[in-house]
Design a protein around this ligand. Structure first.
Ligand code: NAD
Length: 390
C-alpha cells in the first residue's frame, strides 16, 4: 500500500502534509511512503531529508496521484495549470485525506464522490477527547491565534507591555479578543505573555472560566437564547441578540488598542461583530486583525488578504495564517494525519470502519456516495444537480 504526499499547488499554501520525522515513523511500521519532489520545500523540508527518512521521491505528479492508495494533502484538490483537475488524477477506490472545505465548497466533495474516492475531511473530525490528536482544526487555529497577536504587535505604533523606564512609564496596551475558541484562547495567552491587558468575549458562556484562567477579563453578555450547538460549536444568533452584543462590545472595541476577531459559525459566513461605526470610534493608531477574513470577516471594514488603513485604524485581514508558520504548522498537521492513519490502517491495508465515530464523521464520500447530510444540504443550497446525491 502506498501513502503519497502531494506537493501543494495553491500559491499561498506553504505547508506540507507529512514531515520527514513522521515519514520515518510510518516507514518503521512497514508502510511505503511516496513524496512528490519539492513537496516540503516551502516548509523547509528537503527531498533529501524525506529520502533519508525512508520515503521515495516521485517527480511525476500524475504517477503519484494515480498510484496512491492514500493521498495526503493540506489544501483541497484544485485545477492544475494543464487544465486537469487533481480529483481526476486520483485512482478509483483510493482515499484522500485533506482539508476539503466540504461545507464551504461542497462541489469538491461531489466530484470526489463521482470519482469513487473515499474522502476524509480534516474539518469533519469530531471535537471529542479520543479524536484530540487528530484535530487539525485545533492545531492550525492555535497557530492562527498566536500569529494574529504578533501581526497586531508589529502593526501597533505602541508597546504591548507596561514598562517602567528612566524616560517614564509606558501603560500596557489593551487587547480585546472576540471569539474565544481555540484561536481566540491562544491569542489571549500570547497577548498576555507579551504583557498586554486582555479582555475577551464569546457568545458561548462556557468559555468564561477558560478566558479567566488565562488571565483575561471575560466580557459577559446574557442572551435570551441557546448559543451553543452540538459538538460545542456556536450557533448563529438572532438579530436581536446580535444587536444586544454589538451595543455592549462597542465600549470595549472603542477602548482597545488591538482588536483580534476570531468568531466563526461552522458552515456559515462569519458573524459581523465590529461595524464601521465601531471602527470609527476607535483611537487612531489602533489595530484590528480579523482572522475570520477568509469566511467573510468579523469586521465590516475587512478586505480579505489586505492590510488597509481607515480613519487612522489599521485593519488586517490575513488569509491562511497557519501557512505563514509552515514548519510547526506542518509538524502538527503531520501528527494529526498519522494519528488518524493509526485507526484507518490495519494489517497494512485501508480499513474504513464506519462503526468508528471518527471515521463515520470524517469520511464524507465513499463508493460514489456523499455520506454527510450537511454536505448534501450545502449542495442543494447551491442548486447543484448531482448524481452522487441520492
Ligand atoms: P470556531 O472556530 O468555530 O469559532 C471560534 C469562536 O467564535 C467560538 O468560540 C465561537 O463560540 C465564537 N463565536 C461564534 N459566533 C460568535 C459571535 N456572534 N460572537 C462572539 N463569538 C462568536 O470554534 P473552535 O475554536 O473551532 O471551537 C469550537 C468548539 O470546539 C469549542 O467549544 C471548543 O472548545 C471545542 N473544541 C473541543 C475540542 C475537544 O474536546 N477535543 C477540541 C477543540 C475544540
Amino acid at each position: 500500500m502506498k501513502i503519497a504526499v502531494a506537493r501543494e499547488i495553491e500559491v499561498c499554501e506553504r505547508r506540507v502534509a507529512l514531515i520527514p520525522d513522521t515519514v520515518a515513523r510510518l516507514v518503521k511500521q512497514g508502510l511505503e511512503v511516496w513524496v512528490e519532489a519539492g513537496a516540503g520545500e516551502r516548509a523547509f523540508f528537503s527531498d533529501a531529508a524525506y529520502e533519508a527518512a525512508g520515503a521515495t521521491i516521485i517527480a511525476n505528479n500524475s504517477k503519484l496521484w494515480g498510484e496512491a492508495d492514500i493521498l495526503l494533502k493540506v489544501s483541497p484538490p484544485q485545477e492544475r495549470e494543464d487544465g486537469r483537475s487533481e480529483v481526476d488524477l486520483l485512482k478509483e477506490g483510493s482515499v484522500i485525506i485533506s482539508f476539503l472545505n466540504p461545507l464551504g465548497n461542497p462541489v469538491v466533495a461531489q466530484r470526489l464522490a463521482e470519482r469513487k474516492v473515499s474522502a476524509i475531511s480534516m474539518e469533519m473530525i469530531p471535537r471529542t477527547t479520543r479524536a484530540q490528536s487528530m484535530d487539525a482544526l485545533s492545531s492550525q487555529a492555535s497557530i492562527a491565534g498566536y500569529k494574529a497577536v504578533l501581526i497586531a504587535a508589529a502593526a501597533l505604533p505602541k508597546y504591548l507591555p507596561m514598562l517602567t523606564t528612566a524616560a517614564g512609564t509606558i501603560a500596557p496596551a489593551k487587547v480585546f479578543i472576540m471569539g474565544a475558541g481555540v484561536a481566540g484562547l491562544q491569542a489571549i495567552a500570547t497577548a498576555r505573555r507579551l504583557g498586554s491587558v486582555v479582555e475577551a468575549f464569546d457568545i458561548r458562556p462556557a468559555v468564561k472560566e477558560e478566558v479567566q484562567s488565562l488571565g483575561a477579563k471575560f466580557v459577559e453578555i446574557k442572551l435570551d437564547e441557546e448559543t451553543t450547538a452540538a459538538g460545542g460549536y456556536a450557533k448563529e444568533i438572532s438579530e436581536a441578540s446580535k444587536q444586544r452584543t454589538q451595543e455592549i462590545v462597542t465600549e470595549h472595541v472603542k477602548n482597545a488598542d488591538v482588536v483580534i476577531t476570531t468568531a466563526q459559525v461552522p458552515g456559515k459566513k462569519a458573524p459581523l461583530l465590529v461595524t464601521q461605526e465601531m471602527v470609527a470610534q476607535m483611537k487612531p493608531g489602533s489595530v484590528i486583525v480579523d482572522i475570520a477574513a477568509e469566511q467573510g470577516g468579523n469586521c465590516a471594514c475587512t478586505d480579505p488578504g489586505k492590510d488597509i488603513v481607515w480613519n487612522g485604524i489599521t485593519i488586517i485581514g490575513p488569509i491562511n495564517l497557519p501557512s505563514s508558520m509552515p514548519v510547526h504548522a506542518s509538524q502538527l498537521y503531520a501528527k494529526n494525519l498519522t494519528s488518524l492513519m493509526q485507526i484507518l490502517i490495519r494489517d497494512k491495508a485501508v480499513h474504513l470502519d464506519f462503526a468508528d465515530d471518527i471515521i463515520d464523521a470524517a469520511c464524507i464520500t465513499h463508493a460514489g456516495e456523499i455520506r454527510s447530510s450537511r454536505i448534501k444540504e450545502a449542495l442543494q443550497a447551491l442548486g447543484v444537480q448531482q448524481s452522487a446525491v441520492s
